[in-house]
Design a protein around this ligand. Structure first.
Ligand code: NAP
Length: 255
């Protein structure tokens, strides 16, 4: 039916930093969606209570458990710890075997479709890219399975706190990299809003809207701001009511 939306979604790692806001927004933006949350048997995570949410706990090494959880589902969104990248393969195998059509693999960071970034950061991009190639290969056996990869850039709130932008609020130091240029960024809350909007698109494109099908085996980009370091430093000074004299400012180069 034209305009029909996703009805059945599994989220793996639903207590993660971006999946939690995704669940909250999805309940509003896609009213007919039923969400199944998959969580490890050992997990202590808690989840929102809603008649539209079912929680299934189990062992991800148990393929029967996974296939049973994925059967009848249309999409699986995987948001698991970066230290558990390999756990994805079992989830993806089971999803394909159960007939799931869309898999959102564990991306949510850099633009792994950008040849310049890939060249500079192979250690970051290869494990994630291998997963995309794996899903493409699986589609030769399990017809119709495809990925939708979501790139968000660095999460602004998390990355400021981790001093990833060269600005340490705690020690009031700013290391300026004049060759760093502009970057896209967004907050975790906004990633949740963007993922909910994506998963609330019609399944098939309509004259008014893209559909999930429009993004099969493609990247979707979520961004709130395009900034350079100086823009961010100016904003931080404004909010902290400080000026250059309050900071130790150094200059270095990325290259
Ligand atoms: N763009 C950015 O700035 C940025 C920053 C951080 C992370 N990320 C990306 O976001 C994604 C999620 O990262 P996160 O830091 O939000 O994750 P996280 O909070 O560390 O973990 C998310 C969930 O992973 C599940 N999990 C943990 N260990 C697992 C294991 N061994 N096997 C299977 N599942 C496991 C847990 O769910 P249960 O307890 O329910 O099982 C946990 O709640 C990653 O792809 C990461 O690269 C991006």
């Amino acid at each position: 039916m034209a305009g029909e939306k996703l009805r059945k979604l599994v989220i793996v790692g639903a207590s993660s930093k971006i999946a939690a806001p995704t669940v909250t927004h999805l309940l509003d933006t896609n009213p007919d969606l039923q969400i199944t949350i998959l969580s490890r048997a050992v997990s202590r995570a808690t989840f929102p209570s809603s008649p539209r949410i079912t929680v299934k706990k189990g062992d991800y090494d148990d393929e029967e458990f996974l296939i049973e959880a994925f059967r009848g589902q249309e999409a699986v969104m995987i948001v698991i710890s970066i230290f558990a990248m390999d756990a994805q393969y079992k989830l993806i195998d089971a999803a394909a075997k159960a007939g799931v059509k869309w898999i959102l693999p564990n991306e949510y960071g850099a633009d792994n479709d950008n040849p310049t970034f890939i060249k500079l950061h192979r250690e970051l991009t290869t494990p994630k890219d291998d997963v995309l190639r794996y899903i493409e290969k699986l589609s030769e056996t399990y017809t119709g399975v495809s990925y939708i990869a979501v790139a968000t850039g660095p999460w602004l709130d998390t990355s400021i706190n981790a001093v990833l932008f060269g600005i340490s609020i705690r020690s009031r130091t700013y290391t300026h990299y004049p060759d760093a240029g502009y970057f896209s960024t967004t907050t975790k809350e906004q990633v949740g809003r963007g993922l909910a909007a994506l998963l609330s698109l019609p399944v098939h494109p309509t004259p008014e809207s893209a559909g999930l099908d429009s993004y099969a085996n493609k990247f979707v980009y979520i961004a709130s701001h395009r900034l350079n370091q100086d823009d961010l430093f100016a904003a931080i000074k404004r909010f902290s009511r400080t000026n250059d004299a309050d900071w130790t400012i150094k200059t270095s180069t990325v290259a």
